[in-house]
Design a protein around this ligand. Structure first.
Ligand code: FE2
Length: 277
């Protein structure tokens, strides 16, 4: 099976490249599953129902969130009628929506998509390891699910790597999100789980992690907020991770970074051939 995880879509520039490129990638690479992290899709802050629907229409099977889940207040309501929208599973009991979803993909596969938040330099939510253990045990890879993806939305690379190893052999992919800068440590862990510490963002890289440069630059120097952060315009790069899994076990057999468009060096999985778009 072939899956593509697309990293944190930031603002209009990020959404534009997803809409432009994703349908062609699904066709050319015959993808079984596409998951998008969309927590920064609405101007850098949260997600609206219209944007969620746009991602689903472009071909996403699921959309994950993170610390910006509720920046657009409507998300607290529409998440209940958005079965493919997944917020961190380790929020307090009673939080709207779901932290894990078993979705049927367009090619008839059952994919368990889990979203989790780290606790280092972030809000002190419930223990992400205990919650991951519960979710993975409830829907075992190769039995109840053909594919299992865990989006570890997290600041510290150490905590992300720990989650990868904790899930090794029980997930197809553990992917780090949130820091917006792609790392070069993509690999298959010893028991067969694909892993990368950070997949990188889908947005304009002539920016500070997707935001227009001016306000963050002056704020670092003056410590005074003079304006709101705005998502950067300009040509976006689509950052993702491509994973191929064994049909029976759901464990990873190949992994490669994806970087398309914009100012980063292009990367595509050579094992799937060249996409036409
Ligand atoms: Fe985040």
């Amino acid at each position: 099976m072939r899956l593509l995880f697309i990293g944190d879509v930031v603002g209009r520039a990020g959404r534009a490249i997803v809409n432009e490129r994703l349908p062609g990638l699904i066709r050319d690479w015959t993808l079984d599953l596409v998951v998008i992290n969309g927590e920064n899709a609405a101007g850098g802050f949260g997600i609206t129902e219209a944007i969620y629907n746009e991602f689903i229409d472009a071909g996403a099977d699921a959309v994950t969130l993170g610390n910006h889940s509720w920046d657009q207040r409507e998300a607290l309501v529409f998440i209940e009628r958005a079965p493919r929208l997944v917020r961190p599973a380790n929020y307090p009991a009673g939080t709207p929506g779901r932290g894990a979803a078993l979705v049927d993909t367009r090619t008839g596969k059952r994919a368990l998509v889990i979203n989790m938040m780290g606790r280092i330099f972030m809000d002190p939510l419930d223990d992400p390891f205990a919650v991951a253990d519960r979710e993975l045990n409830a829907c075992p890879l190769g039995e109840a699910a053909d594919l299992v993806i865990l989006d570890m939305h997290c600041e510290a690379t150490s905590e992300k790597q720990a989650m990868g190893l904790f899930c090794d052999g029980r997930a197809s992919l553990v992917v780090g999100t949130h820091t917006h800068v792609p790392t070069a440590d993509h690999r298959i862990l010893p028991a067969g789980t694909a892993f990368i510490s950070d997949v990188g963002m889908t947005g304009a890289f002539d920016s500070i992690i997707g935001m227009a440069k001016e306000e963050p630059l002056q704020r670092f120097q003056s410590k005074i907020s003079r304006a709101r952060f705005e998502a950067a315009d300009g040509t976006a790069t689509l950052c993702g991770i491509a994973v191929e899994t064994d049909d029976k076990t759901g464990l990873a057999t190949r992994i490669a970074p994806v970087r398309l468009g914009g100012i980063l060096d292009e990367a595509k999985p050579a094992f799937w051939g060249q996409a036409a778009v």
